[in-house]
Design a protein around this ligand. Sequence first.
Ligand SMILES: NC(=O)c1ccc[n+]([C@@H]2O[C@H](COP(=O)([O-])OP(=O)(O)OC[C@H]3O[C@@H](n4cnc5c(N)ncnc54)[C@H](O)[C@@H]3O)[C@@H](O)[C@H]2O)c1
Length: 441
Amino acid sequence: MRCTVFGTGYLGATHAAGMAELGHEVLGVDIDPGKVAKLAGGDIPFYEPGLRKMLSDNLAAGRLHFTTDYDAAAEFADVHFLGVGTPQKKGEYGADLRHVHAVIDTLVPRLRRSAVIVGKSTVPVGTASELAARARGLAADGVDVEIAWNPEFLREGFAVHDTLHPDRLVLGVPPDSVHAEAAIRELYAPLLDEGVPFLLTDLQTAELVKVSANAFLATKISFINAISEVCEAVDADVTLLADALGYDPRIGRRFLNAGLGFGGGCLPKDIRAFMARAGELGANHALTFLREVDSINMRRRTRMVELATKACGSLLGANIAVLGAAFKPESDDVRDSPALNVAGMLQLNGATVNVYDPKAMENSRRLFPTLNYSTSVIEACDRADAVLVLTEWREFVELDPRDLADTVRAKVIVDGRNCLDAGKWADAGWRAYALGRSSTV
Ligand SMILES: NC(=O)c1ccc[n+]([C@@H]2O[C@H](COP(=O)([O-])OP(=O)(O)OC[C@H]3O[C@@H](n4cnc5c(N)ncnc54)[C@H](O)[C@@H]3O)[C@@H](O)[C@H]2O)c1
């Protein structure tokens, strides 16, 4: 089959390459000519394991192309995926839908045949119906435009795997839908043949599934971080506690890692947009708990700065190595990254901060140009008064304390992700601090 994918960022580029990998002819469309040129040349404008290979294989097979040309895209296919960004509005909790609207407003008048537009972006409930009305007003006579919603659950760092082997496929269709289900079943046939669960819903349920999933995950992380605050107060060990909770299959161990909390381009803005939308719908009481989830999460960042202060004595004039800048490992995404946020706060408090991240240096420099950036762990740790691990990259988890001993000024390690073997660091003569434990090991 043929399809287009509008927006070739983290979601769209992966989806376009994934659809081509499933055997379809795909045209990726973006308004950023630099991004399009990179992708067309087999290069990805961000870091995602395995994506470069899937992209170049499918470019070479002639199944995948990229363009900025909406006319070409309208002509190319009758199924159009929509994966543009839906960031938080400036100064408000709600989602900014201007990019989604721009795709509809630019694409629909160009359609010469009836088509299905399948939304994948994360949007406030009600958006798809609103877009359907908008599309009806813009479509040429005789051109029928169906809007369906197929929320995306991929995780950065595992995006290729999640696209080719999703946990489930959810498709929301309007009551009068004619083509969407058949088109999507055909496009995803190899996945359905593998037994991936397929849930057909109305539009509003599909939209809500995605934001509810993110709200649940955010709540689980903030739950363990709230418990971690209590652990710190009584000198209990939150990691052991999480292990013990995790054996209960009703609870599960995943997403119970206490630490610096969540960030990135999805969870924070999605829970805020969910609260804003519930308020508009008159159901604001239903989601007030998410405000607490958000504030527990943001408190982790200040708590980390307090812990660094305790570890150094004073931040003023301290030389601090920050290992990690991406919001999570295996990604170069620094949108609302707790690590970079903490690095910035340390600097505001008078510390000299040297940041190193295996993949996120370029993005970090763009967002926080005033921090110092190092090209290796050793360089970042040079004469450091404390070493902070703020993103749990494997390279940091596996660090040997002996390799840094002669580089640092003081053997002080602060684990913001509860990812280090504290005993190993203590045995090597380091003072080891971690979020969720009141004292040093
Ligand atoms: N990143 C993820 O892991 C992930 C996972 C699930 C869902 N989502 C959702 O997917 C959506 C996209 O997220 P992302 O992380 O890929 O964002 P992104 O910022 O990486 O990519 C968005 C892309 O859309 C392009 N764009 C903007 N306006 C356009 C237009 N009018 N026409 C064509 N292209 C346009 C931008 O240039 C950019 O390349 C968001 O709603 C997000 O919440 C993201």
